[in-house]
Write a new protein. Structure first.
Length: 174
């Protein structure tokens, strides 16, 4: 997968996608061992269906890679968000929350969440989220809401493409 971010590459390995950086990235993820950790690479975007596509959106130093797979009556959503800036921990936590909210709202729009019943498919989601930036900021960054709006827009766009691909494949549950 071709990336525009300087010093960052992505390549397939087995059934995942490895994202590698020349300089260590500062990472927050809902995976064991990735709570505010420096690493030069991480793998995400596993798939069981070989025709599954990974969608990449890049804009203004923000990179989003998205996949959605429907397997065994569960949606598997993978989001990698890489920002070409230094961020403090609080900003990263709020970006994580923004990604989770984007997954929920886009899933609703894609009818992956049942709109009419309380016993909907929301419990049938399994999300892997990686948020990475160039390094930890030395001081807390002043709050800039425009960053969160831009991230939400890019995550939504990537997820919409992933859900559309799932529908076109006719193997998805949406």
């Amino acid at each position: 997968m071709e990336l525009e971010m300087n010093g960052v590459i992505a390549y397939e390995k087995y059934n995942g996608l490895v994202i590698e950086s020349e300089e260590p990235l500062y990472i927050l993820a809902n995976r064991k061992g990735y709570d505010f950790k420096y690493a030069t690479k991480f793998d995400n975007h596993y798939y069981n269906n070989p025709s599954l596509k990974r969608f990449k959106i890049e804009k203004d130093g923000i990179l989003v890679i998205s996949t959605v797979e429907y397997l065994e009556k569960k949606y598997f959503t993978n989001i990698s968000l890489i920002l070409d800036v230094k961020l403090d921990n609080l900003t990263m936590i709020n970006l994580y929350r923004t990604v989770v909210e984007s997954i929920a709202s886009t899933s609703w729009m894609a009818n992956a969440i049942n709109n009419d019943k309380l016993d909907n498919k929301v419990g049938n989601f399994y999300n892997i989220i990686f948020i990475a930036c160039r390094s930890e900021a030395d001081v807390n960054i002043s709050f800039d809401i425009s960053l969160f709006y831009e991230v939400k827009e890019l995550v939504n766009e990537a997820l919409e493409k992933s859900f559309d691909n799932l529908n076109m494949d006719n193997k998805g549950g949406v």
